[in-house]
Design a protein around this ligand. Structure first.
Ligand code: PLP
Length: 507
């Protein structure tokens, strides 16, 4: 039996539990990495689809009995073996070429390997004395993206858990900037000023739901978010924004932020960034761009002009765990003027005393809403170093080309209707619509197709709704997915649709 005592006394113990400096720890680490590689290899080569094809309650029932905690130590091998069926095989195989549902990317090996290094080093990005080298890696990666986005020299940024946190931060800074300049009140010190219920955020009706969620968390309520209609290409109508601003002035409301979306979740559409930047400038309103999805186009060769205008934003959200193939989580928040971060900073004697700053010590907690924070920047660092920007850009371009090809192909098929025939990014939104009358509701049919393909483990596609109708959606992020893979999935959809129509499978 392994006890704490014999672990301490024997640094060469093969079964070590910590990565200490002795040989025991690192040997155990090597052995365990090898075991995990073998197990993942087995699971992934044996999987014959993107999902094993089970219903939620069946998986829940398989997980529960194996969660029993033991008093005795167990070898990693034993635990991995017991996990194989319930957890590993029952997981979604996101790197499988028929996995094409959400903005949920196959992770690059560079990102996965970096995760291992991140865990092993376990640096914490809040203070320099906990991330002595990592602090500078993050700062340099931020600088690279700032340059790529053509932001001014005053720009700065910080890694986040993802778009939700980045959007929240953008709106937090926008709110506090406004309260400071309009009411001369520090929200950080004194809370929201009287009359705060007149504050408004403008975004498109197709903006991400986290804009509303942020407004709620910022004490403004979802009522503070005013949504603008979109045009035929799902872009916010700039004229409507102008009219809304005029109406708000009449109504004595206080618009303090315009949120543009650069790559909407469903259609990948990109709002008119330069035009919206101009409107924001004219009205002295904070311009936040939610480029969680579209920000990845900064690294594309053929499509990077689509994100022109990003450089005019006051703050930007970019997710590396979407179009840029990093394991979750890996997000970035950028600001045009690094001074804006002062709305967040709070000095704690034990962590980031003022004296540190006077001595030039960088404590990144000053730029974040988090304290203890992961070294996620390493994932993107290892990725651009190993892949190089040429290959990374080509991967992105290929996936956009695949989406275009797919939409074009679907348009030519009798039984399909495509909502975005000319996709802006990686998504294709469409419906199965057989020409002959069907004995059921078309929305129910498409919903059932999506569900049955998943439950049977045939293909993983998404569903969404548009104008009250249910659609199927492909999000084609995987650069190894080919057009023939996509055609196979389309064939699967048609076959499932026909079976459901003929009553072969229950809806
Ligand atoms: C995914 C997404 C978000 C939310 O980001 P998370 O990384 O999931 O927190 C916000 N906005 C858009 C446009 C997104 O696609």
């Amino acid at each position: 039996m392994i006890t704490l005592e014999n672990l301490r006394n024997n640094v060469n113990a093969y079964e070590s539990f910590f990565l200490h400096q002795g040989e025991g720890g690192i040997n155990a680490f090597k052995k365990q990495v090898e075991l995990v590689s073998q197990k993942l290899h087995k699971v992934m080569t044996e999987a014959d689809g993107p999902f094993i094809g089970k219903r939620p309650e069946d998986i829940k029932n398989e997980i529960q009995p194996m969660m029993e905690v033991t008093k005795e130590t167990q070898s990693l091998k034993e635990v991995l073996d017991s996990m194989e069926g319930p957890i590993l095989k029952n997981s979604l195989h996101i790197s499988h070429e028929k996995s094409m549902a959400h903005l949920h990317c196959p992770p690059l090996l560079s990102g996965i390997i970096a995760e291992m290094i991140i865990g092993a080093l376990n640096q914490s990005m809040d203070s320099w004395d906990q991330s002595t080298a990592a602090t500078y890696v993050e700062e340099e990666i931020v600088k690279k993206v700032v340059e790529k986005a053509k932001l001014p020299d005053t720009a700065d940024g910080v890694f986040t858990s993802g778009g939700t946190q980045s959007n929240y931060m953008g709106l937090l800074l926008a709110r506090d900037y406004f309260c400071q300049t309009y009411w001369n009140q520090s929200v950080q010190q004194h809370g929201l000023p009287e009359g705060f219920d007149r504050l408004r955020i403008i975004c498109s009706e197709e903006a991400h739901f986290t804009v509303k969620k942020s407004a709620a968390h910022l004490g403004l309520g979802e009522q503070a978010v005013v949504t603008i209609n979109t045009d035929a290409h799902h872009r916010m109508e700039v004229e409507d924004v102008k009219q809304t601003l005029a109406q708000m002035e009449t109504d004595n409301l206080l618009p303090f932020a315009i949120v543009a979306t650069c790559g909407t979740t469903d259609f990948g559409s990109i709002d008119f960034l330069p035009e919206l930047a101009e409107v924001s400038e004219e009205h002295n309103i904070w311009f936040h761009v939610d480029a969680a999805f579209g920000g990845g186009l900064l690294f594309s060769h053929s499509h990077n002009e689509k994100v022109n205008g990003l450089q005019l934003a006051d703050s930007i959200t970019i997710d590396f765990h979407k179009l840029l193939y990093q394991p979750i989580s890996c997000g970035l928040f950028l600001v045009k003027d690094q001074n804006s971060f002062h709305y967040l900073s709070h000095h704690a004697d034990y962590l980031n005393p003022v004296r540190d700053e006077e001595e030039g010590i960088v404590n990144l907690v000053n730029k974040s809403v988090q304290t203890t924070r992961r070294f996620d920047a390493l994932k993107f660092f290892l990725t651009i170093k190993t892949l190089g920007t040429n290959l990374l850009g080509s991967m992105i371009d290929d996936t956009l080309e695949l989406a275009r090809e797919t939409a074009n192909y679907l348009r030519g098929l009798e039984s399909f209707f495509v909502q975005n025939v000319d996709p802006e990014m990686n998504t294709v939104v469409f419906r199965f619509e057989p020409k002959t009358p069907i004995p059921m509701d078309g929305n129910d049919l498409n919903r059932s197709i999506q569900q049955q393909l998943l439950y049977q483990g045939i293909a993983v596609v998404a569903k969404t709704s548009f104008n009250g109708d249910t659609y199927l959606k492909f999000t084609l992020l995987n650069p190894t997915t080919t057009f023939s893979d996509v055609k196979e999935v389309i064939h699967d959809i048609e076959e499932m649709g026909n079976q459901l129509v003929s009553g072969g499978v229950k809806c």
